[in-house]
Design a binder for this molecule. Sequence first.
Ligand code: SF4
Length: 293
Amino acid sequence: MSVSTESVNTESMPNSPIFLCAISNIASGSCNEDCSFCTQSVRYGADIERYKEKPIHTIVEEAKRADENQAIGFCLVTAGKGITPNTLRFVCDAAEAVKKEVPDLNIIACNGLATKEDLKTLQNHGVGSYNHNLEASEAYYKQICTTHSWSERYQTCENVKEVGLNLCSGGIFGMGESEEDRISLVASIKKLQPVSIAMNFFHPNSALPLKKSLSSDASLAWIRRMRREMPSQRIMIAGGREITFKDRQREIFEAGANAIVIGDYLTTAGNAAHRDIEMLKSLGLEIAQTCDG
Ligand code: SF4
């Protein structure tokens, strides 16, 4: 991807620093659910790497690299509908190991549906935030997933808030949903008031049943709308950033985003982190050094 270094309209750029978050897919690609946007579902046979548990020492190495790349969030992601006893033990072990070596990183867990008890256990092992996206509007979710419900997802987000973890929640834009669906998704996110809102932009994979995507102009318009609706929340642009916005990266910040995922995504490669750091520098944007900005 080429990064535009043309002069920037700094008046419309965020005044606050940009938050960087890195993802580690610590248990990949063996999920029995049928989410039709997800390459980690075993039902669609997508050509991705699948493994049960990434070695803890590899996770710690990734966390150190994330820290060197100025990420302040490090997200431990497991594929699956929700937390099983084995997942809980593994994520707790990984979180403790990362905290021991890189104490300043904010650990985010992303492990699907979770009870308050599960979430408290994660919290007691060093996890500070939980990511659980609503993904779509309640109405559209029924069309893209039949094996669990949107209301279960919403309940998990409420559980996160109740136990006092920071909630990161958002959705995926461009899966063939209507404008009305997007309005409804934004309203649901607003009701939850997450600390951080994850906006993903769908890009089709030949193995998946969904074939839609959203133009970069429409995607920017939804970032603007999210910012209007939630002026003080962190808005993080996650999956699909490079493919959807290509050399229009500066426009995502002008539209109101103030956080990005750096490095690789769950099953797709992202920009090399140093390229994103150079891009932010070229735009005159500072990188946040703590979770409080
Ligand atoms: S539950 Fe999660 S990992 Fe499983 S198919 Fe759905 S989105 Fe993918």
